[in-house]
Design a protein around this ligand. Structure first.
Ligand code: NAP
Ligand code: ZN
Ligand code: ZN
Length: 347
């Protein structure tokens, strides 16, 4: 066992506090690594505050984890000591179902094993996430990191990055696509970068007017402020793909009206309350509403390589652990440029 320092939340809505715990001994296929940076995803906040239902405490959140390998198990072939390594939203899955065999481990039919807020697979041990200084992972559930990328900006790729890359690839975004990104937060800003890199015409739909210059610097061609009355009129029936990353409850109707014929809205954000919409909004233009959850292991590595090739990283604000609670408040207030990342050497 390895004594590990991190931050935990001990009950719903309580603040995060320093917390020490044990990581498991290395199994034959496990890799141990010193965490260098750990991103703060809005999903961490939803779970720490039980906005998605009952959660498991103590909870060490964090599923955007990067570091350097310090130990390898006797049968490990994929990593060696000194390699940069990344871990995302799940740490295991059944490996045998139809989806796992296709590399879609996030849709494992037995359920993926989350990086935290659950138990390690086939175990009574609580899985503790990445707000910590050390991690242990089975080598099959970790990825390599291109050496040209600055590591703090890589951490958010492990969730925010892959969560936008996967639908952008699935819906075949390219030079002829008109893509809208709803919400310029941790996820949304990665969607802008990927869609722009693939040659799409990109529009940001944001309720924060102050983010326009940043959106354009990330590659957006248009910026629409959704706080204004009838904001949707100029972009009615325009978009082939609307990537909905909004974290708060909102009315879908004005956004659905921006979908072109055969356009799709992909639900990515996970606010607490169910959505409702009019049937007519879907019929007119044969529109679709779909959903997408992170990405599987092969696609996670593919995205990392894509980021290496295109020099794409997240825009980050690096913080010390003692700032986590304030970072949570600022994230909820849409006041982050554009992902908080914890310097894990300070735990
Ligand atoms: P985030 O950084 O907080 O970004 C969310 C953005 O939503 C904000 O920056 C803001 O953008 C917009 N927003 C917030 N409140 C709003 C409101 N009241 N009205 C309209 N827009 C509002 O969060 P994130 O980390 O990107 O995560 C976004 C959501 O995706 C969360 O619900 C998270 O749990 C979920 N998520 C899903 C997956 C998946 O696999 N599908 C993976 C990770 C996270 P503007 O300021 O530009 O309006
Ligand atoms: Zn996440
Ligand atoms: Zn499976």
């Amino acid at each position: 066992m390895t004594q590990t320092r991190g931050y935990a939340v001990l009950s719903a809505k309580a603040p995060l506090i320093p917390y020490e715990f044990q990581r498991r001994e290395l199994g034959a296929y496990d890799v141990g690594f010193d965490i260098q940076f750990s991103g703060i995803c809005h999903s961490d906040i939803h779970q720490a505050r039980e906005e998605w239902g009952a959660a498991l405490f103590p909870m060490v959140p964090g599923h955007e984890i990067v570091g350097t390998v310090t130990k390898v198990g006797s049968s490990v072939t994929k990593f060696k000591v000194g390699d940069k390594i990344g871990v995302g939203v799940f740490i295991d899955s059944c490996r045998n179902c139809k989806n796992c065999k296709k590399g879609l481990q996030q849709y494992c039919l037995e359920g993926m094993t989350g990086t935290y807020n659950g138990y390690e697979r086939n175990s009574q041990s609580i899985a503790f996430g990445g707000y910590a200084n050390y991690f242990v992972i089975n080598e099959d559930y970790a990825v390599h990191i291109p050496s040209n990328l600055e590591l703090a900006g890589v951490a958010p790729l492990l969730c925010a990055g892959i969560t936008l890359y996967s639908p952008i690839r699935h819906w075949k975004v390219g030079p002829n696509s008109k893509v809208a990104v709803m919400g310029l937060g941790g996820l949304g800003h990665m969607g802008v970068k990927f869609a722009a890199a693939l040659g799409a015409e990109v529009t940001v739909l944001s309720h924060s007017p102050s983010k326009e210059n940043d959106a354009r610097a990330m590659g957006a061609h248009h910026f629409v402020v959704t706080k204004e009355i009838d904001w949707q009129k100029p972009v009615k029936k325009k978009f082939d793909l609307v990537l909905n990353t909004v974290s708060a409850d909102h009315d879908l109707e004005p956004y659905l009206s921006t979908l072109a014929t055969d356009g799709t809205m992909v639900i990515i954000g996970l606010p607490g309350k169910p959505f409702s919409f009019n049937a007519g909004s879907m019929l007119d233009g044969r529109r679709s509403i779909s959903g997408s959850m992170i990405g599987g292991m092969p696609e996670l590595q593919e995205m990392m390589n894509f980021c290496g090739d295109h020099s794409i990283v997240s825009d980050v604000e690096v913080i010390e652990p003692r700032y986590i609670n304030e970072a949570y408040e600022r994230t909820v207030a849409s006041d982050v440029k554009y992902r908080f990342v914890i310097d894990a050497s300070k735990f």
